[in-house]
Design a protein around this ligand. Structure first.
Ligand SMILES: CC(C)(COP(=O)(O)OP(=O)(O)OC[C@H]1O[C@@H](n2cnc3c(N)ncnc32)[C@H](O)[C@@H]1OP(=O)(O)O)[C@@H](O)C(=O)NCCC(=O)NCCS
Length: 172
C-alpha cells in the first residue's frame, strides 16, 4: 500500500472511499462536504492524502485550514476531517498510517496545531489530547457529554499554553 497526495483526477476515487466508509446514512453529506472543501480556495492550504493498493483507493484523509480568534494569521492551524477507510480494510492500520503521514507532512510544512472532532477512543492513540481543557473552543458548541471528542495536537513545541481561543474556518 502507498500513501500519496491526491490530485484533481483522483476526485471520484476519493468520494467513493468516503461514500463506502460512511455508508448510506452519513455518506452523501460527507461526500458533499469533501467535494466542497477540495474546491474551496479558502480551505487552502489543504492536505488530501489517498491510501492506495495497486491503484485501488482504500482510505483518504483531509486536513483543511482553520483560524484561531486572537491569533488570526499568526498561528498555522488545520482541521482533520474527514478520515475514511473502506469497510473491508478497516482495523488494519490504514487510518493510523494516514494520520501519521499527514502529521509528518504538516509538521514539515510548519503547521503548528491540528484539531479534530472525532472518536475520543481513537485519536488519542495518535497523539491528540482534549482541546477544551487546553483553551481551545470549537467552532460550534459541543454538548458537555461529547466534550472529549474535541481534540488537538501540537506539531511544534511551545504552542500549547501560549495560544488559545475559538476555532473558525475562513469564509466558505
Ligand atoms: C475510523 C476509521 C477511519 C479508522 O480507520 P482504520 O484503518 O479502521 O483504523 P486503524 O486500523 O488505524 O485502527 C484500528 C483501531 O481503531 C479502532 N477504531 C476504529 N474505529 C473506531 C471508532 N469509531 N471508535 C473507536 N475506535 C475505533 C478499532 O477498534 C481498532 O482498534 P484495535 O487496534 O484495538 O483493534 C475507519 O474505521 C472508518 O473509516 N470508519 C468510518 C468513518 C469514520 O467514522 N471516520 C472517522 C470520523 S471521526
Amino acid at each position: 500500500m502507498k500513501i500519496k497526495e491526491s490530485i484533481p483526477s483522483d476526485l471520484s476515487k476519493v468520494l467513493q472511499v468516503e461514500r463506502q466508509a460512511f455508508g448510506d446514512d452519513q455518506g452523501p453529506e460527507i461526500v458533499d462536504l469533501v467535494k466542497g472543501l477540495l474546491s474551496d480556495p479558502s480551505a487552502r492550504p489543504l492536505l488530501s492524502l489517498l491510501a492506495e493498493d495497486n491503484g485501488r483507493a482504500l482510505g483518504h484523509i483531509l486536513f483543511t485550514r482553520a483560524q484561531i480568534t486572537n491569533f488570526i494569521d499568526s498561528v498555522s492551524a488545520v482541521i482533520l476531517a474527514p478520515l475514511a477507510v473502506i469497510p473491508e480494510r478497516q482495523s488494519r492500520g490504514i487510518g493510523g498510517r494516514l494520520i501519521k503521514e499527514g502529521l509528518r507532512r504538516l509538521s514539515a510544512s510548519g503547521v503548528e496545531l491540528v484539531f479534530v472532532l472525532g472518536h475520543p477512543e481513537y485519536y488519542p492513540r495518535h497523539g491528540f489530547k482534549p482541546a477544551g481543557e487546553l483553551g481551545f473552543e470549537a467552532t460550534y458548541p459541543i454538548p458537555d457529554e461529547h466534550a472529549d471528542a474535541w481534540m488537538v495536537q501540537a506539531l511544534q513545541p511551545g504552542v500549547i499554553g501560549k495560544v488559545s481561543g475559538k476555532l473558525f474556518v475562513p469564509m466558505r
